[in-house]
Structure formats: C-alpha cells, structure tokens
Design a binder for this molecule. Structure first.
Ligand SMILES: Cc1ncc(C[n+]2csc(CCOP(=O)(O)OP(=O)(O)O)c2C)c(N)n1
Ligand SMILES: [Mg+2]
Length: 333
C-alpha cells in the first residue's frame, strides 16, 4: 500500500519534470494530497490479470488505482508523452487507456459519462452471475452533470454492483464545491437514489481501504450500488497552467499537514510495521522505477504519420480524409 502511494507520487513528480522539459502535450493533472483515495479504494477490490477480477474506471487523479490493477508506469508515461508504443498508440494522452484483462476501462473527456458506462459493465456482471464489482471515480464537479445522475440512478434501480467514488477535492477548476451543490457531504445524495453512502477522510489510506471494503462487500452481496465520498483537497491547480490564485494559501498549508504519504509513513514507523530502512527502500524503488521508465519512454518514437491516422479516418488514401469512403466527394465531382 505504501509502495503504491509512493509510486503515484513519484510518477506524477516525474511527469511534472517531463512537462517542464517540454515532452508532454497537454495538461498534467496532479493528485497531490489525493493519492490515498485511489490507492485505498483499489486495494479493497479483487485484482486479477485474467479478466475475472473486479473492474474500474479511474480519472486522471486516480492513477494509483491503475497501478494497483497492473497498469505499468512505463505505459503511464507513454500515454502522456503520446508515444506510438503506448496502449492507445499515441492517442488521447492520459485518457482512453484500457485493459480489460487487468480490469480497467479508460475515462473519456465528457465528465460523468463513465458512471453510465460502468453501470452497464456492472449490470453485465450481475446478468451473467459473475462475482465481480465495479468502481468508478469522479470529481465533485463532475457529479453535477446529467450523465452522473442518470448513470447513478440506473445503477441504483438495477442494483448494479457498482461503487461510485466521489473525489471530493473541494474544487472543480476554480469553482468551490459549495458552488456545485448545496449538500455538505455527498453522502446526503445516497438516500435520494435509495443507495448506501459513506464518507471518509481521503488522506487516510487505511480508513479509505476499510470504508471501500465494506461498500464492496455490500455491492457484492446483492445490495447494489454504493457511494463513497472521499474528503480531501486539491493542493495544486487544476493542471500546471492554473496558478490557483483563487485559493487561500493557508488552506493549502493546512492540508499539507495531512499529506497522505506522510501520515501513512508515520503510522508504519510508529507501530513498527516497517523499519526506516524498509520505508526508504520502498521510496527509492518508486523513484528509480519512474526515472528509468521515463528514460526508456523518451527514447521511443511518436506514432508514424500513417499510424497516427489509423482509427481516426476511415480512409487514409483519399485526399480529403474526412470524406466518408462510401460517399462521393462533392468537391471532386
Ligand atoms: C461534461 C463536461 N463539462 C465540462 C468539462 C470541462 N472540465 C474538465 S475538468 C473540469 C473540472 C472537474 O472538476 P471535478 O469533477 O471536481 O474534478 P477535479 O478536477 O477536481 O479532479 C471541467 C469543468 C468536461 N470535460 N466535461
Ligand atoms: Mg474536484
């Protein structure tokens, strides 16, 4: 668990460096202060690599869940660096990365829609009598979209074994959560859908693990959809372009004191679960894994021109590639 936390932090710090060096196209969405939400939640699920385990859809701020489900750091960098060797062959940066054997489906840009997709996926589990649950992550802001509500209602009504994780980091871009909803906790939304809901300190990885383990047991036992509200704070801007000047710096300092890695490290050290040397070895291992993965990926190539067009245009030969292959091009008539 500590290794997954360190790996998430190290991968994002390396990504930050790569972005500053000009290697990343698009945004870098950090999860600083939120790492324990993804790690504790994914840890509570059954992780297998043969297509029979539990299933999740993460967000850009839940990379730790992907790593725990077998997603490799090297592929994480390939995605952000748009390498042709990556899982989506250079398309979509941090999105769309899916691996059905390992049990994850990539998120998409329109916020909230993966709740609908995951409602369908988990419905298929119950229709086939498969002993599997699904999990979908979404931010506090995304939970104000129509798709989120419709997806959650379907999952609730059809008792889909789906756990909906609200990454309540108190901001959606520059909009505070209070500007998105009048409830003070997302648990208040559960009764409106007739489902169980719980709230947890998202900086405490063991508390998250315990809460999600209970939610997963309920979902698995036929109770159906469950909602979990992760309470923490987005300690950086929305992405690297956002200086976060609308946030009171004192608040950021407050939340820094509850850093999830520091908290778990202190717990492990104080209860003698691990020696300092063992903890340092985990930290250095994560750093080195990310350093060498980035070095490897930097040497790999971007998609070639022809490959970049595949699955984007139906016909690469036509001089007007946006023309449907079966429709005569009026401009050429
Ligand atoms: C339907 C939709 N509306 C707007 C956007 C643009 N958008 C991307 S991220 C974001 C903020 C999301 O906030 P939140 O859901 O709280 O997630 P966080 O960034 O805090 O993790 C917005 C508005 C989008 N991608 N999809
Ligand atoms: Mg948010």
């Amino acid at each position: 668990m500590y290794g997954a936390l360190c790996l998430t932090r190290a991968a994002e710090e390396r990504l930050d460096l790569l972005q500053k060096q000009g290697h990343v196209e698009g945004g870098v969405y950090r999860s600083l202060g939120q790492e324990a939400g993804a790690v504790g939640a994914a840890f509570a699920l059954r992780r297998r690599t043969d297509g029979t385990g539990d299933f999740l859809s993460a967000t850009t701020r839940a990379a730790g869940a992907l790593f725990l489900f077998g997603g490799e750091v090297v592929d994480f960098f390939r995605q952000y660096l748009g390498r042709g060797t990556g899982p989506t062959r250079g398309r979509g940066a941090n999105l769309y990365w899916s691996d059905y054997e390992k049990g994850f489906v990539g998120g998409v840009s329109p916020l909230g829609t993966m709740v609908e997709v995951m409602a369908g996926i988990t419905l298929s589990f119950s229709l086939r009598d498969e002993d599997r649950v699904g999990m979908v992550f979404y931010g506090d802001g995304a939970s104000s979209t129509g798709a989120w509500h419709e997806g959650l209602n379907v999952a609730a009504a059809l008792r889909c074994p789906l756990i909906v994780m609200v990454e309540n980091n108190q901001w959606a871009f520059s909009t505070p959560t209070s500007g998105n909803t009048r409830v003070s906790s997302f648990t208040e939304k559960g009764p409106g859908y007739g489902i169980g809901a719980s709230s947890v300190d998202g900086t405490d990885v063991l508390a998250v693990f315990d809460t999600v383990r209970r939610a997963a047991a309920l979902a698995r036992s036929g109770e159906g959809a469950q909602l979990v509200d992760l309470q923490y704070f987005r300690r950086l801007g929305h992405a690297q372009h956002d200086p976060q000047d609308y946030v009171d710096p004192a608040l950021i300092d407050e939340w820094q004191k509850k850093d999830p890695l520091d908290r778990f490290r202190a717990f492990l050290a104080s209860d003698a679960w691990a020696t300092n040397e063992e903890l340092v070895a985990i930290e250095e291992g994560a750093f080195e894994e990310c350093r060498s993965a980035a070095e490897q990926v930097l040497a790999e190539s971007l998609p070639t021109g022809a490959d970049a067009g595949c699955d984007v245009y139906s016909d690469l030969i036509t001089p007007r590639p946006w023309t449907r292959a079966d429709t005569p091009d009026p401009m050429l008539a």
